[in-house]
Every structure is written in C-alpha cells, then in structure tokens.
Design a protein around this ligand. Sequence first.
Ligand code: ADP
Length: 285
Amino acid sequence: MKLSPQRAARNRHQCDVRLVMTERPSHETLVNFDNVDLAYDSAGNAVEDVSLRIDEQEFIALVGPSGCGKSTFMKLCSGLRPSSTGTVTVAGSKVSGPVKIVGMAFQNPTLLPWRNTLDNVLLPLEIVKPHRWKFRREKEKYVLKAKELLGSVGLAGFENHYPWQLSGGMQQRASLCRALVHDPKLLLLDEPFAALDAFTREELWCVLRDLWMLHHFTVVLVTHDLREAVFLADTVYVMSKRPGRIVARRDIDLPRPRELAVTYTDYFAQLVLELREHISVIRKN
Ligand code: ADP
C-alpha cells in the first residue's frame, strides 16, 4: 500500500501516540521457550529452535500455514508433549508433565450433550484433580462463579439449556467459560472461532477481549485469521512451514480497549498486510 507523505507522517505520529498509550506495565515471564525442538517420530522436527517469552497477562497470537506446528506449540505449553531438545518453562517450573494452570478451548466446543450449559462449564472442577475436593466442599461458590461467567458472556438464562438448544456462537461462549472456570493463569485457544460465521466471530472476539481485560489471564491464540490476531493480540508470532520456526514477531501497538471500528482503519490494514506478506513469502518457499 503506497501512502502519501502526509498520511505516512500522520500514521507515524499515530504510531508514536499508540506506543505511549499501549505501553504495558512490566510483568513476570509466564512461559519461556528456550531453543525448543519437538520430533514426534523419525519424520524429523515438527517445531524447531523455538525461543520466545510470554509475559504474564500478555495476549499472543500464533499464525502460520497448516501443519507448521501451531498445535504442537500448544501441546508443549500445556505439557501434553515433552520437548525433544530445549526447555519449556511455565510459571517458573520446567514443564515435565501436564501443566495445571492451563485452560483450553478448541475450534469444536466439545460440550457434553447430556449435560446442560451450567454443568458443562463446571465439568473441569469435577474432573481435574487439584480442584475436585475444593469443588465438593464449596460447590455453591463455584456454581455462582460459573453463573457469573455465563452472565458475562451473554448466556444468563441459558444455564439449563442443553448444547443442542444453543447456537454455534453460544456453544463457543460456554466453552470459553468452561476453560476459565478454574481461574487458569494461561488460556490456550486453538482456532476457537474458525467454525463461526464472520459476524458471530467478531462478536466472540469482543467477548474474549472483555474476559481477558476482566480476568487478566495470559493468552496463546492459534489462528489462521490475521484480522483476529491483530485485533486481539499484543504480539503476533509467524511460524514457517514444517519444521515450524518463529520467523517473525510483530508487536501490535493499537491502543486498548479496542473496538471493532479499529479494524477499518488504515493502520490496522497495514498491520494485517505486513503479516500477510510474511505468510505469502513462507508459502512460496
Ligand atoms: P498446525 O497446528 O500448525 O496445523 P500441527 O502442530 O498439528 O500443525 O502439526 C505439525 C506437524 O506435526 C505436521 O506435519 C503434523 O502432521 C505433525 N504431527 C502432529 N501431530 C502428530 C503426531 N501425534 N504424530 C506424528 N506427527 C504429528
């Protein structure tokens, strides 16, 4: 995109302002990848030489072509897969098994059809070990919390509805509540909005933005949608084709809170275009 000198100057000025307005308070590191490789089998590394740091309360997005290792990165964060070489550290401890401070949501909301919305949201508290006994002892408190979460995503009054009585967008809202009911410090989202229509998807971006601003968790979002990445994230990482390496990092210096109107600005389009160009180069090579 060729900009006139005046517009370029204005954008530069806006960028400076944004940098000031979005300067984040310094936080501790929550996740650290130090030269991490993961090979599932003899086919070679799925991800290679990944080094990055995610601060507490940071929102990062990971983009890249299919099969580049984005889900593998999530498995490494959550401890579902150990690294082959290098070290993954979460909350100061070297990851050597499932990480307990994690909440997850996926493209498919995977709600259990025989449980109503409230019981689906409460499910992690019933089955995840460290929370089980607490949940039994303080059930009322957690039911209230689940109801509050459902209310905050616009599902008040739907607690007793079953998944088949909810739209796709409502199911995904419930799935976000389920991922958050145990107050995880780290939320891992693997293409959570990919199956939704464009309008519902944008509504859900705002739902996630509001939850994040309210609860201050750290987010890793895997997405194919560059607009989604730019709208939501503080930092976007671009991965190469397999073996997936981090080939670009882009700070998103848009002020917060962000409204959907920002997605129609020139600066937003520039950021998306810049990421798009990285992906184009990767796809050609
Ligand atoms: P993405 O999420 O970016 O689409 P994945 O992390 O799912 O990519 O996969 C990265 C690479 O690792 C792909 O080539 C995929 O086929 C391979 N892979 C993923 N899971 C396994 C597994 N369990 N066993 C062997 N190979 C796998």
